[in-house]
Write a protein that binds this ligand. Sequence first.
Ligand code: ATP
Length: 234
Amino acid sequence: MLQVDGIDVCYGDLQVLWDVSLRVGAGEIVVLLGANGAGKTTTIKTVSSLLKPAKGTVTFQGTRLDAVPSHKIIEYGVAHVPEGRRLFPDMTVEENLMVGSLRGEAKSRRSRTMDWVFEIFPRLKERRRQPAGTLSGGEQQMAAIGRGLMSLPKLLMFDEPSLGLSPILVADIFRIVELINKQGMTVLLVEQNVKHTLNMCDRAYVLENGRVALSGTGREFLDNDHVKEAYLGI
Ligand code: ATP
């Protein structure tokens, strides 16, 4: 479904990704792991076309996403739940959700999709008329995921959805990621929460200093001595 082929990405003169390749098959949960600064966010921002690769390509279902402006990628079925949630704090939960469904089929199916989002997140339904800035961290993460779902994406990318949440909420967010996947959505997940994500993913990649250092199935990773030592502290 998604194929990233040999991308180099720079911020001005500073190169931060070197020859990064990865693929995500339809229906999979794929996890991108790595230490702070390894290049995970840069990779998914490049898939979202927020950053352009200096070399290499990003292809989604046959379309070169790197040639598509970032505000259009949603029309190809790719949604990005960014790190830090990026909600509009003065707009209500409902208005923030609507931002995810401004065009095309998502717009015409908006009210049905919103009912579905409220089924997944009953808390958001209770708080639908409340400004998003007044929500707790966990609720804001739910609203950010809900906004992504409102575009009816085929591929949903999450950037560290568990960041700053309590262990119970982290478990809740991962349960919902799995639920969304079971309902047919493909997932690319950037995470620091290594053990939990390796248990639920199909495949994983490790980025180290802007390069893919390792790739394999979740099981292979859990049995890998380097992963155990560097990321699981075993
Ligand atoms: P984290 O878990 O801390 O978010 P990450 O793996 O997502 O880390 P990136 O945010 O992709 O890493 O950053 C990769 C490298 O690019 C880092 O060295 C970072 O300092 C640098 N970088 C990120 N954003 C910018 C920017 N806007 N301008 C210059 N350098 C940047």
